[in-house]
Write a protein that binds this ligand. Structure first.
Ligand SMILES: Cc1cc2nc3c(=O)[nH]c(=O)nc-3n(C[C@H](O)[C@H](O)[C@H](O)COP(=O)(O)OP(=O)(O)OC[C@H]3O[C@@H](n4cnc5c(N)ncnc54)[C@H](O)[C@@H]3O)c2cc1C
Length: 343
């Protein structure tokens, strides 16, 4: 049985694993490794450590489907709606960019990571967290993959779905497989950076704002605030309240290397300027998104880049398309085409 390793339990990795399971006739052993402690990647949902039922989405906030993508990715949207993973976004997001007529927005009642979890479950993949890959070596007909703090393992096929700079950081034989033009294309990819704060409150705390989510335009630090439990259409407030704050990209860049505690204090101070008297949270989670959204994707390389055809080593992710749900689906579909013909 072929052993396929997918690196990254984000949306691209999850959908790719699911397409492989559903779309290949041969029995496959699909393994997913992620360095994080849970599934989701940049569609992460974080739990309040004092109340595990209360969550906050620290990365992606809602899914936006333009008429074009609603049509070409119809089966993906239908599946997630049927399973209750997506629900139409009922809340109005103040200051949201005007979109083409017919564009739909969706919320996730169980948090953004539930999208990725849905695909990983459908894939029946063996998923391992806390598995950070460091080196990949070409050993004849297979790949030897090394991870931090564990023994190397062999795979017939390896799929990399992490942000492009993290692919370039890998050691071993990857560097020698890249042609000069491929290397230049990968090095040219760029991402925005920003911070996210998750604020957790006890049940019953009043957050006296008239909106559910809003973009902020008159503050150098804060770009977006959402009352997360309301945005996600979670009806029950008995589990506590949660708020997410995203910073602007210039703020993220300026403070990228600063200690997290210091950055957290600045964001909280700015929040009081934007919303004087905003309640003090019980718990705070601060997330740095060094690679937030792709601002320049890999040129002339839609969806994936094959680094070696035999044994197959291929990379994909939103760095090869664009940063949203449809960008990841597009990349996963392209990865699947390559995998299918190889397997
Ligand atoms: C703040 C923010 C807001 C956003 N808002 C939206 C939105 O509203 N709507 C929307 O559709 N999209 C949004 N996006 C974009 C969306 O989240 C991404 O496009 C998408 O999640 C990318 O998925 P991916 O699987 O390609 O990559 P990722 O989600 O980054 O997955 C890659 C995975 O690889 C793992 N990894 C990295 N290196 C290693 C290693 N060496 N070994 C093992 N594992 C490794 C990481 O832990 C990660 O889980 C937002 C993103 C951010 C950060």
């Amino acid at each position: 049985m072929s052993r396929v390793l997918i690196v990254g339990a984000g949306l691209t990795g999850g959908v790719c694993a699911c397409l492989l399971r559903r779309g290949t006739a041969n029995p496959l052993h699909i393994v997913v490794w992620d360095k994080a402690r849970g599934a989701g990647g940049r569609m992460s949902t974080s739990r309040n450590p004092n109340n595990l039922f209360c969550t906050v989405d620290l990365g992606a906030q809602y899914i936006t489907a333009t008429p074009y993508y609603s049509k070409i990715h119809k089966s993906f949207y239908q599946e997630l709606l049927t399973h209750g993973v997506l629900k139409p976004l009922e809340a109005t997001v103040e200051g949201m960019m005007a979109m083409e007529e017919g564009t739909e927005h969706y919320a996730t009642p169980s948090g953004m990571s539930s999208i990725v979890k849905h695909y990983l479950k459908e894939a029946g993949a063996e998923v391992f967290f806390g598995h950070q890959i460091t080196h990949i070596y070409h050993r004849g007909l297979w790949w030897e993959v090394h991870r931090k703090g564990g023994s190397p393992e062999q795979f017939d096929v390896v799929v990399l779905t992490m942000p492009v700079p993290q692919i370039l950081q890998l050691q071993g034989d990857i560097g020698s497989l890249l042609s000069e033009s491929e290397r230049l294309k990968l090095e040219d990819v760029s991402y925005s950076s920003r911070y996210a704060l998750g604020l957790f409150y006890k049940a019953g705390v009043q957050i006296g704002v008239p909106w559910v989510a809003k973009y902020v335009f008159n503050n150098p630090c804060i770009r977006y605030i959402a009352i997360d439990d309301k945005k996600s259409n979670l009806v029950s407030e008995e589990f506590g309240r949660s708020v997410v704050v995203h910073t602007s990209v210039p703020f993220g860049l300026k403070h990228l290397e600063q200690a997290k505690e210091e950055v957290q204090a600045i964001i909280l101070q700015e929040l009081q300027m934007v919303l004087p008297g905003f309640p003090e949270p019980e718990t705070i989670k601060c997330q740095k998104w060094r690679y937030s959204q792709v601002t320049r994707s890999v040129a002339d390389c839609p969806g994936q880049m094959t680094l070696l055809a035999k044994p197959l080593l291929v990379c994909g992710g939103d760095g090869f398309t664009h940063s949203n749900f449809d960008g990841c689906i597009e990349s996963a579909l392209k990865l699947f085409e390559v995998l299918k013909s190889s397997l």
